[in-house]
Write a new protein. Structure first.
Length: 405
């Protein structure tokens, strides 16, 4: 029976990133299957909420520190707009956990890693934001970067953090923890058998077992299925993008039509008649804008899901290729070669959407409140897609940069 090694992740965060904490815990099965399977690693995720019990100490954080006791390999810290509740020693419990992790890293760099993430989404009501807390987060982020030598990452949506942590943990396991000497203790060797001979025998035995079981065939079949699945997701993404493009083209035609109408109206000498007709066209254009927004808002969930599935599936293929004994570096590089073209297509979509957004900035006619409201709604609907495209480009670039030679 193979020995399963535990890679323990300690999750530290203030109270305003609950969705992100829950997502990390829910990610455990995917991490075990995708990253840990071929390296006999199981992930264990702990934090004070799930892995401590009532007790007494100098303060509550002291109890947490004592029970966790630095027993983890990876420290993941997540911040948004809150810094946390002060302890008797630090400005917040999360800060104290980070400082403990930093000391642990300094004492054992080989077996400790610190990963810091900062959420940038700003859709909260401004009156709900604690400015002092937000300032502390900003100061902390600056400090760990400039003074502690920490490379942190920013994310906007919970889904973005999911993709980032999968990418980062996969590469961390590959580059660092898979090199740790956690192998099974072998039984004492006979004096007349050299280590080299044992290694050769083990290698051949493993090959014989693999042939018996047909594991290599299963691996290849699964790999081909993954390729087919990913191509399907990429096709869905292309389809979703095409639908959005068609909506923008239809709206561009409507915009051109309404612009021509307004230009004709501007030639009317009777001011009262000109104003009446202009208001009528503006209200008709508002109806066009609302129809456009309805279509965009209906398509956005499909577009967002296709992006997520495409990146997730692409990541899985690359990680399985990296971690598999059946595929060499050539296979990995062949897969990676496709990413730049994918990034290029996303960049083209970004440029097109940016140009489309600029058309809104040129719509300065505000003849009716109905028009102004519809225009603003259409701007935001387009901008939501624009931001999704930007996030997609960042994630793909991260995936490519972390895995290229």
């Amino acid at each position: 029976m193979k020995k399963v090694n535990i890679l323990r992740i300690f999750l530290a965060s203030p109270g305003d990133v609950k969705a992100e904490r829950e997502m990390i815990f829910a990610l455990k099965e995917d991490l075990d299957l995708l990253i840990g399977k071929d390296k006999n690693i199981k992930f264990e995720i702990v934090n004070w909420e799930r892995n401590t019990y009532p007790g007494k100490g100098i303060d509550a954080q002291d109890v947490i520190n004592d029970q966790i006791d630095g027993e983890y390999d990876v420290f993941i810290g997540i911040f948004w707009q809150r810094f946390g509740t002060p302890t008797n020693r630090y400005e917040s419990g999360t800060l104290e956990e980070y400082e403990n992790a930093k000391k642990k890293y300094e004492n054992d760099k080989e077996n400790t890693h610190i990963m810091m993430y900062f959420k940038t989404e700003g859709n909260q009501n401004i009156y709900d934001i604690d400015i002092d807390q937000l300032k502390k987060v900003k100061n902390f982020k600056d400090k760990i970067s400039k003074e502690d030598g920490v490379l942190y990452f920013e994310f906007e949506k919970t889904e973005d953090l999911k993709n980032l942590t999968q990418i980062h943990l996969a590469n961390l396991v590959r580059d660092k923890f898979s090199k740790k000497k956690r192998s099974i203790k072998k039984s004492p060797q006979k004096k007349d058998v050299t280590p080299t001979e044992v290694t050769e025998v083990d290698k051949y035995e493993l090959l014989a077992m693999k042939i018996d079981k047909g594991d290599y065939n299963i691996e290849i079949e699964e790999f081909l299925e993954d390729i087919e699945k990913t191509n399907g997701f990429l096709s869905d993404l292309a389809s979703s993008t095409n639908k959005l493009t068609l909506v923008m083209k239809f709206f561009s035609a409507k915009t051109s039509e309404r612009t021509k109408q307004l230009n004709r109206i501007n030639n009317i000498k009777d001011e009262r008649l000109r104003l009446t007709k202009a208001k009528k066209v503006s209200n008709d254009y508002a109806t066009d804008l609302d129809k456009y927004s309805d279509d965009f808002e209906a398509l956005l969930p499909e577009f967002r899901e296709s992006i997520s599935k495409s990146i997730q599936s692409y990541s899985e293929i690359i990680y399985k290729t990296i971690n598999s004994n059946s595929f060499d570096e050539t296979k990995k590089n062949e897969l990676l070669e496709n990413i730049p073209s994918f990034i290029s297509s996303v960049e083209t979509a970004i440029e097109g959407t940016a140009g489309f957004l600029e058309t809104f900035t040129k719509m300065n006619t505000h003849l009716t409140t109905t028009y102004s409201t519809a225009k603003r709604r259409a701007e935001l609907a387009t901008n939501n897609v624009f931001k999704e495209l930007i996030r997609t480009k960042k994630l793909l670039k991260q995936l490519f940069d972390d895995n290229k030679d």
